[in-house]
Design a binder for this molecule. Structure first.
Ligand SMILES: [Zn+2]
Ligand SMILES: [Zn+2]
Length: 256
């Protein structure tokens, strides 16, 4: 399987990642990645960029060293209602919106509350993809998430870092195996993400791929094989958003 897309990478702007976008692009180019997401953490993560970082992302060229770049965010779910830490204004123009749960940004709750938070975020018309559901930080109903992914056609990530670099990767592996099997059962759309926090991890999918083969996820479920398929998906997602232009009157920009 040829993987040409890595949508989940971090730069020094995240505060706890250590490479620049230029270094990440060069690493992507060397690995044969054609489409790269730049998804630094949303503002509720300590050390993450302030909102003006996201405001100014349009200065990054669409293509660098033969790699198309999608500047976006890895937004944080902040409560059991699935609310995100990015004001609506920013969600309307970022090119890529990944969403996930992080212990420092979300209080945690029962399995039902955590699952509800994740699923409500999937139902948000501004969410493009969901990340690392297998992290053991919060217990969730992984079958329900895989089923919702198929129902809403929202890709859910197999996160390479969950299987390789995080401290509790053994526990994460069990969860990732479990949701991968449910994603086979429901034929859910899948995205592989490196979640690189250093340039040498950009486009690194070997552990995620092992899991894909082990679980029997089909190639047609995986978006990473085609940059055009990812770009078409993101364009369709944006076309289907509600028309909120009235709410975004220039004098009322900070509606959350
Ligand atoms: Zn994350
Ligand atoms: Zn990340």
């Amino acid at each position: 399987m040829e993987l040409l897309v890595d949508l989940h990478t971090h730069t020094i702007a995240s505060g706890h990642a250590y490479s620049t976008i230029t270094e990440n692009v060069h690493a992507a180019s060397r690995r044969g990645i054609k489409l790269l997401g730049m998804t630094d953490h949303g503002p509720s993560m300590p050390g993450s960029p302030h909102l003006f970082h996201f405001e100014n992302l349009s200065i990054i060229p669409d293509e660098l060293s033969g790699v198309k770049v999608l500047p976006g965010v890895e937004a944080n779910i902040t409560n059991h209602e699935g609310d995100l830490d990015m004001p609506l204004k920013y969600l309307t123009y970022l090119k890529l919106i990944l969403v996930g749960l992080h212990p420092i940004c979300y209080p945690g709750g029962t399995c039902e509350q955590n699952t509800q938070a994740y699923i409500k975020a999937m139902e948000n018309p501004y969410t493009d993809m969901m990340v690392h559901p297998g992290r053991p930080d919060f217990e969730m109903d992984l079958e329900k998430i895989a089923h919702t992914s198929a129902r809403l056609n929202i890709p859910v990530e197999v996160n390479n870092s969950s299987l390789s670099t995080i401290r509790d990767k053994d526990e994460a592996r069990d969860n990732c195996r479990s949701i991968a099997r449910y994603m086979v059962k429901y034929n859910s759309p899948v995205i592989l993400g490196s979640d690189a926090h250093f340039w040498d991890r950009v486009g690194e999918f070997s552990d995620a791929l092992d899991l894909v083969y082990e679980a029997g996820i089909s190639e047609h479920q995986i978006l990473n094989t085609s940059p055009d398929r990812v770009l078409d998906y993101l364009a369709t997602r944006r076309r289907n958003r509600p028309d909120i232009s009235r709410l975004l009157h220039p004098y009322r920009l900070n509606i959350a």
